[in-house]
Design a protein around this ligand. Sequence first.
Ligand code: AGP
Length: 616
Amino acid sequence: MCGIVGYVGTRGSVDVLLGGLKRLEYRGYDSAGVAVIDADGHLGTRKHAGKLGILTDDLAAAPLADGHTGIGHTRWATHGGPTDENAHPHLGDDGKLALIHNGIIENFAELKGELLASGHTFHSETDTEVAALLVGDAFRATGDLTAAMLQVVNRLEGAFTLLAVHADQPGVVVGARRNSPLVIGLGEGENFLGSDVAAFVEYTHRAMEIGQDQLVTIRPDSVEVVDFGGAPVAPPTFEVDWDASAAEKGGWSSFMAKEISEEPEAVAKTILGRVTDGLVDLPEVTALGPEVLRSIDRVLIIACGTAAYAGMVGKYAIEQWARIPVDVELAHEFRYREPVLSPNTLVVSISQSGETMDTLMAVKYARERGARTLSICNTQGATIPRESDAVVYTHAGPEVAVASTKAFVAQITATYLLGLQLGQVRGALTDDEARGLVAELQAVPEKLATVLGVGDRIKELAHWMADTRSVLFLGRHVGYPVALEGALKLKELAYIHAEGFAAGELKHGPIALIEPGQVVFVLVPSPRDPRSLHSKVVSNIQEIRARGARVIAIAEEGDVAVLPHADEVIRIPLASPFFEPLLAVVPLHYFGMELASAKGLDVDQPRNLAKSVTVE
Ligand code: AGP
């Protein structure tokens, strides 16, 4: 939600701002705007409801006087609908100050009352305008944008990233953040601010984190960060490990198609550099100390959506390999039940964006109550890793499509690396057992590349099923979370009812849903699995076929027992039970994408959704 860009330097700021907003489009928005201080020290703004192209076309037809200082914003409406008036920037100090905002100012009503009482008028329904007027007033009193912003942020409650510029201070952009994303791009004679590094990665790979309750002032040749008390801080810097082309569609029909094709590489890059002498070597985890790792008596995985399903797969593996009880909880439920936590509880958050507010709030809650926190995250410098004791980054590269695909397989991979590392440190796995599992994990990328070949067949199925109104997904053990993931993809991409079930649950109710023609995807475990789950799932298939279901089975090469019972069999390479989810999910990712395409829907930016849900 909401994209934010700030720039000071020697380039024309309008192009830098529009280019940055373009790269942040995937975050989801419904209006866009920019503010620029031109060469004569005048502040010009332009903003429109709708897609970025409307703003870009308007600026092409009627350019703003350009300059080298500016801020840009894409808004996902919270307070007030997506209208021109509610679009950001908002103005203060008689139009000499422009401000943009991501998040929610929870005490805006009280502050708005004060401003109205002091004679201010409002032009929008937003909470943001309150901040713009307050900073404008504070600038008039202090004559300095940093001091003005510092004064105001200490009066705000809620979650916010704010950027502001003032016509009387060209060459300066001031930003502040609390529980909302902001990162600094460090250039030569220029500096950037962005919601994430995609905003400026085409200009610089050098970046700096901004911590909680910190304020940054960027000038072309300086970056100064202070806390909300005004004390200087020196946040860590980092190198962005991907380049701008990685965030381009590169000739693919959609970012989602591109990102599905990158699933093998996402797994390979997440493993890379984390195996030594055939054993997992995760210094991010071992740095917690062997005593701490041995004292863990419970793992609690918290996440939302697809990330939660990755955690559910990881639960099976961590319990099996490290012999520690693992629970998975939806982050937005977690802190409202007052969970029992202790220093021996390891709370593992999983988040592609590292900005999901529900997950961030759950991590802060757990940490405040003494639990150890570890983040699995795909975005360097994001907020959740900064609020955690340790972080294991996935290296899937930027995931632009709202529907998560390559991040999902990378997240599962990271939970496997964690489970193996804990199993090794705690002696729950012998070195030989661990080496065998590591070798199987290292073989996954090549097998995943094979599975990409099912895309054409899935496309045919999807076009044949374009009018389908309901699809069910069945799975057992590690296949159950994959069934949930397949259903979520269909809901968020094709806007149809879809539901994932544990196959064993069928006879406890859901089988009543089966009527002639009901499409059901079934994730079939390997027949080589000694736990006889295969025969149980084949029995489930027979039960639903007997009631007219159309069954699409996802089964391993060579599984002939499933053939008489399925209308369609999608093959995946042989793999041990724990590694099947990484392969079996690919046909389901393709299916969600192809059904959406068959229905003429926007695959990359589905309706009502944002890539990163940065409000609760
Ligand atoms: C998945 O396709 C969705 N986009 C959504 O469920 C997503 O996984 C969830 O919002 C969590 O996002 P995060 O991984 O960035 O925290």
